[in-house]
Design a protein around this ligand. Sequence first.
Ligand code: UT7
Length: 339
Amino acid sequence: MTQLQRVKISALGTYVPPRLLTNADLEKMVDTNNEWIMSRVGIRERHLVDKGVATSDLATEAAKRALAERGIPASDLDAIIVATVTPDMLFPATACLVQHKLGAEKVWGFDLSAGCSQFVYALQVGAQFVQTGAHKKVMVIGADVMSSIIDYTDRATCVIFGDGAGAVILEASDEATGTSSGGALGLIDFLHEVDGSGGVSLYMPGGGSLNPPSHETVDKKMHYVHQDGAAVFKFAVRKMAEVCDEILKRNGLSGSDIDLFIPHQANLRIINATADRLKMRPESIVINIDRYGNTTGATIPLAMETARQEGKLKKGSLVLLAAVGAGFTVGATLLRWAY
Ligand code: UT7
């Protein structure tokens, strides 16, 4: 029997569009203020695309940077998975558009939609192809143009979200999965959950098969994000801590063993509550929500990049990724950074 391969992240690339939307800008657009946004959410500014720039553009740029870091052409890739809730169009899949823009000749690919947990979900889906030996190199991209589905007259949502993309390449690590998780590099464990009863708390009601676009759906603003912030907040604070605790425990670890906690960046208060509950070391917590806001599929790779720029992400670092999002979806991944 062929032994399963241990899977590692071998490259990382990120991209955010240059245009900034600051809290001062938002103060001129809706009834909000810098003090409320900083203290309730923790965001100072976000990056937004210009008209005509779509998710596939951000995803392609991030993918190019990951390929350049790895020093391989796009034709070396076997598959592309794009994690997004803001595809360029309902179809074709954004992965097809990225394939074409990259000139990645021999790949296949598809999109994966799982709200703010979609990057960790896509990471594990991509990892299965490498683990079984079916593929050698899989590109996983989290990318969203949240500004395309936000109502910039709704202060409850427009201050929160931003646009961005992050890409990683997955490859087999030299070590087989049979080796003990102790020092082995690469992905170690994951824990995913879905609770569809929370679907009503964060959703975009219009534009799909239930409410196809019409004058009425537009008049009723059904093509925008609708969120019951307090309900999502309560679920996220509880679930982030629960899944992190469970994945750590079943690997014989505690919060203080983690070198880097890289959480989905939805609200600074959710991140800090989780880190407190798990007794993580303050220096292990990666935060960049102040600069990017909530970029949905891109938050975790963007935070990996922040950790790297801060000199914290090193070969052998024990890393915990965690996210909660629309669905509800919940996901956590434990890994040792491999390069
Ligand atoms: O990533 C996907 C998952 N999403 C999340 O994890 C988001 C989770 N939820 C949250 O992060 C928070 O619930 C929000 C940041 C969305 C809202 O914070 P909150 O502390 O839960 O505020 P709230 O919705 O309970 O509103 C408190 C007050 C309200 O005023 P009253 O009724 O107390 O007078 C709101 O109208 O804050 C008001 N408010 C604002 N005030 C100034 C809401 N948005 C704003 C705003 N500026 N932008």
